[in-house]
Write a protein that binds this ligand. Structure first.
Ligand SMILES: Cc1cc2nc3c(=O)[nH]c(=O)nc-3n(C[C@H](O)[C@H](O)[C@H](O)COP(=O)(O)OP(=O)(O)OC[C@H]3O[C@@H](n4cnc5c(N)ncnc54)[C@H](O)[C@@H]3O)c2cc1C
Length: 414
């Protein structure tokens, strides 16, 4: 039976591995209950179906670049796409922390990296080729289909995306510099300066009372140059590479120490050649309106005695607002507060306390990570939820792609 990457979710259902869009179409026509599957990296139950999983990873990558648009097979990983785009002199604006996930799976869940001016990975999408519930193929495109913002972050519920059109730009180099021993007091006091210090910034913490945070600055060489040297926010630049979990060997991390390199080998923290099998971890993340981030951090620090013993590490990242209905950054500049937990059931005792803090501040739980939020809470965090439900009802009236995860969210409105 197929399980997710962390071996914490039974994905149920049966599985097929089509090698072409025509095969996908045939599978959709011949099965009543179908759901796309990417690299199965989600921690939530978003990829569970009692029906047929259509594993997209054998679909051809078939990467085309024309001007500032790239088209790619939806089951392609960002590792492959990054390498190929760079070889053709092009780049994406954003990458997640690791490149092993598929384009189709990442954009369906609003996956993101970090950067005040950088949108989610989903926000780079300009078009989708999708097999809908009657088995026919259609393209939906930004600027042409008025409901396009509903189609991208869609949790697999609108059909099987077979190709994705993405906005790209000329390739660029990035240098990353890591600082350790940062005080969260400074992050609270100077949040905008900290996250404005580089194109892409991450703050890692274990929420210990002492200054335990790491600051990762990823700077675009063409725009801001590498870190000029010297301390940042009172802490010295590291002179040896560091893993976000300080006790681990950074051998699988992309080069640090201000050494410039191509965007796809610097924006993700971990490099593509390292294939993590299953990790001893469960992830949760809450995406908050940026204006409430400091208030949330301050309140979460009071829970450190409950959080730290169960936690590998927290990562705090920023992202620019977008217009995608189910995006974690819909309509508002956003801050992600992420928790990589040990695989320990006790985390489910702590999540409600965290959610009591962040949900009233307008947090949206990450679609691909665990949460204890109710369907009602989740729906009310997305102002365009009813529009999405309407789109679902129009595009897939019989619920061929309706997973138990989406059915639960729809509640009475489904
Ligand atoms: C180690 C690790 C690091 C991570 N880092 C980050 C990070 O930095 N930032 C972040 O935001 N998230 C991160 N995540 C979460 C991850 O990005 C999401 O869970 C993402 O959805 C995983 O992509 P996938 O290809 O594995 O999708 P899957 O888990 O296989 O599927 C997720 C959803 O997408 C749908 N889907 C997949 N493919 C298609 C398709 N072709 N057409 C339609 N729907 C489709 C599925 O039906 C399902 O609903 C991380 C996860 C792990 C395990």
């Amino acid at each position: 039976m197929r399980r997710n990457w962390s071996d914490t979710v039974d994905l149920a259902g049966s599985e097929s591995r089509p090698g072409s869009a025509a095969e996908v179409s045939e599978l959709v026509r011949s099965h009543d209950s179908v759901l796309a599957l990417g690299s199965a990296h989600s921690f939530s139950r978003v990829a569970v179906t009692p029906g047929l999983h259509v594993d997209t990873m054998r679909l051809p990558a078939d990467i085309h670049v024309e001007g500032t648009t790239a088209t790619v097979g939806a089951g392609t990983t960002y590792a492959v796409l990054g390498r190929e785009l760079h070889a053709r002199g092009m780049a994406l604006a954003a990458m997640a922390s690791l490149p092993h996930i598929t384009v189709g799976g990442a954009i369906a869940t609003g996956t993101h990296g970090s950067g005040d001016a950088i949108g989610t990975l989903s926000s780079a999408v300009t078009g989708l080729e999708i097999i809908t519930s009657d088995g026919t193929t259609r393209w939906v495109r930004r600027g042409i289909d008025p409901d396009f913002p509903g189609w991208v972050v869609a949790l697999g519920a609108l059909g099987i995306v077979t190709r994705v059109e993405l906005e790209v730009e000329p390739t660029y180099d990035v240098a990353q510099t890591v600082f350790a021993g940062l005080d969260l007091d400074l992050v609270e006091e100077d949040f905008d300066a900290v996250f404005g210090a580089a194109t892409s910034v991450s703050v890692f913490t274990r929420w210990r009372p002492e200054p335990d945070a790491q600051l990762w600055l990823k700077r675009r060489i063409d725009r801001e140059g590498a870190w000029p040297g010297g301390p940042a926010f009172g802490v010295a630049e590291r002179d040896a590479p560091l893993h976000p979990l300080e006790q681990l060997d950074p051998v699988h991390c992309n080069p640090q120490l201000g050494q410039p390199g191509p965007w796809h080998e610097r924006l993700p923290h971990f490099h593509a050649d390292f294939t993590p099998s299953a990790g001893d971890e469960i992830q949760a993340e809450y995406l908050l309106p940026r204006v409430h981030a400091v208030e949330a951090i301050r309140a979460l620090r009071t829970l450190h005695a409950r959080i730290t013993p169960l936690l590998h590490v927290t990562e705090i990242r920023t992202m620019r607002a977008d217009d995608l209905w189910l995006s974690p950054a819909y309509g508002v500049d956003t801050v992600g507060i992420h928790f990589t937990w040990h695989r320990d059931e006790h985390i489910y005792d702590v999540l409600p306390a965290i959610e009591d803090i962040v949900m009233p501040l307008g947090a949206r739980p990450h679609w691909g990570k665990v949460s204890r939020a109710t369907a009602e809470q989740v729906r009310s965090a997305f102002p365009r939820w009813d529009d999405f439900a309407g789109l679902l009802a129009r595009v897939d009236p019989a619920g061929r792609f309706r997973s138990p995860f989406v059915t639960r969210l729809l509640g009475a409105s489904g």
